[in-house]
Write a protein that binds this ligand. Structure first.
Ligand SMILES: Cc1cc2nc3c(=O)[nH]c(=O)nc-3n(C[C@H](O)[C@H](O)[C@H](O)COP(=O)(O)OP(=O)(O)OC[C@H]3O[C@@H](n4cnc5c(N)ncnc54)[C@H](O)[C@@H]3O)c2cc1C
Length: 431
């Protein structure tokens, strides 16, 4: 096990310097159990791609990325069991070689499976739930160091609360994910879709392919790009409608951010390839996104998307100067208590900001004001300033979740400032 207390550990974007007294990276589950059992305050860390203090702790920050890199496909059950600290990029190859696929991926494959599923990370597609909805079981080290397995089949009710757990129940050591038969895809990018087209056609447009992602830099009332990922064998919308809802095909590969090199992006121009080389926007061997950035994201009811985008368009002159890119995706409703898509088919409106926090924060607040009428739920792992009571009001099952935390972690070992603030986790430690 490596332990490096003196050095500063930061998140991927560098905007959070963790305040932990101790940073440890156990290399086996028994070592990890021992660290948890002896720790007073512990938080798990995956690949540190979150943008806020959700992972932080004044105690022990425990990286799961040095655990043995288990990837076990069970072909009969159509599942894969993976070490929680592995990035999706290390999982997709063995899954594909066994003849299977994951139903969806986030915009980048660099994020850990554990950190993604406990925060409700998502890709796009009207029929695709967030990545957490693929979880069939979790292995979790709880406050006293015990290793417990929570499975959808054996713990049906508790399980819906335990998957998107924000690290509050313990340290997830492995995750079992449902698989589907492998599939091939073609990805095409279209450009120049006027915003007004969304007023009448949003629902139709985002349902026109397996995964549709819309981008705008808010420098005008239009979508700069639309990324369409079609599963081979499904009807092909880009043959049926050309130009696609008035947008025209890009004449070469594109990066979502104007002017950045498309070399780091997955293959476009309709070239057929495996699911894992199309569903993410960024290739595993390249720096994803803009690199020097902050991110915020909000999920709201999908039917409110046109009105919400119109409302944002009214303030676009405030957004554009601090924005690399805004992305609009869809996420199917789920039943996971703390999932931002819980109970409603959702649209996610994502902002990749510049890294200047002082300039970005007032604009984040503005976006939150504009999206207030739409009961927008902030992405747990990104920059947000939504008032804690408002966040709590968005999750009808939050009281049940707090009870679950109380049961698993009665002394608040895994609670931190962020959880106290946003889910009222203290109620679990004091009641
Ligand atoms: C460039 C970029 C692109 C992104 N694209 C998307 C996207 O397309 N869609 C989307 O929804 N999000 C996206 N994100 C956000 C990202 O998916 C989340 O931040 C996710 O939490 C990253 O996983 P991680 O392992 O890096 O988490 P970390 O930052 O390491 O941790 C996040 C939280 O999870 C907890 N945690 C981590 N591992 C464990 C574990 N094993 N057991 C218990 N708790 C754990 C931590 O305590 C913390 O609370 C993006 C982020 C970046 C930087």
């Amino acid at each position: 096990m490596s332990a490096t207390p003196p050095r500063t550990v930061t998140n991927w974007s560098g905007n959070v310097a963790f305040g932990a007294r101790e940073f440890v990276a156990p290399t086996s589950v028994p070592e990890l159990q021992a660290v948890v059992a002896r720790g007073r305050q512990v938080r798990a860390l995956g690949t540190a791609h979150s943008f806020n203090d959700l992972a932080d702790t004044p105690g022990t920050l425990l990286s799961v990325t040095s655990l043995p890199p288990v990837v076990e496909v069970d072909s009969r059950a159509a599942t894969v069991k993976v070490a929680a600290g592995l990035p999706y990029s290390d999982v997709v190859g063995p899954v594909e070689r066994a003849g299977f696929a994951l139903p969806n991926l986030a915009s980048l494959p660099h994020v850990s499976v554990g950190g993604s599923v406990v925060t409700g990370t998502h890709g796009s597609g009207v029929r695709n739930g967030c990545l957490s909805t693929s979880v069939a079981a979790l292995d979790l080290v709880t406050a006293d160091g015990d290793l417990v397995t929570l499975a959808r089949d054996t713990h049906p009710r508790e399980f819906e609360g335990a998957v998107v757990n924000l690290g509050a129940l313990g340290v997830v050591t492995s995750v079992t994910l449902d698989l589907v038969p492998t599939f091939a895809m073609r990805q095409r990018v279209y450009e120049g879709l006027p915003l007004e087209v969304l007023d009448a056609h949003f629902a139709e447009l985002v349902a026109d392919a397996y995964s549709v992602c819309l981008f705008t830099d808010w420098r005008g009332p239009r979508l700069t790009q639309v990324w369409i990922n079609q599963r081979i064998g499904d009807p092909d919308p880009t043959v049926v409608h050309e130009p696609w809802f008035t947008a025209v095909p890009a004449d070469g590969p594109r990066h979502p951010v104007d002017g950045l090199d498309a070399d780091c992006c997955t293959q476009q121009l309709g070239v057929i390839g495996p699911w894992h080389e199309r569903l993410s926007h960024f290739r595993p061997d390249a720096v994803p996104s803009a690199g020097d950035e902050l991110q915020s994201e909000y999920l709201l009811a999908a039917q409110d998307a046109p009105a919400a985008l119109r409302a944002l368009d009214l303030v676009r002159e405030r957004l554009a100067p601090v924005l690399h890119i805004c992305e609009v995706r869809t996420v199917a409703a789920d039943r996971l208590w703390l999932s931002p898509a819980q109970g409603r088919d959702s649209v996610s409106i994502h902002f990749t900001w510049t890294s200047d926090l002082d300039a970005v924060l007032p604009v984040v607040r503005l976006v939150e004001d504009v999206l207030t009428p739409f009961a927008a739920r902030p992405h747990w792992a990104k920059v947000y300033t939504t008032a804690p009571d408002v966040v709590r009001s968005h999750y009808p099952k939050l009281p049940d979740f707090v009870d679950l935390v109380h049961g698993y972690d009665p002394h608040g070992k895994f609670t931190n400032e962020h959880l106290r603030r946003c889910i009222d986790a203290d109620r679990s430690t004091h009641c």
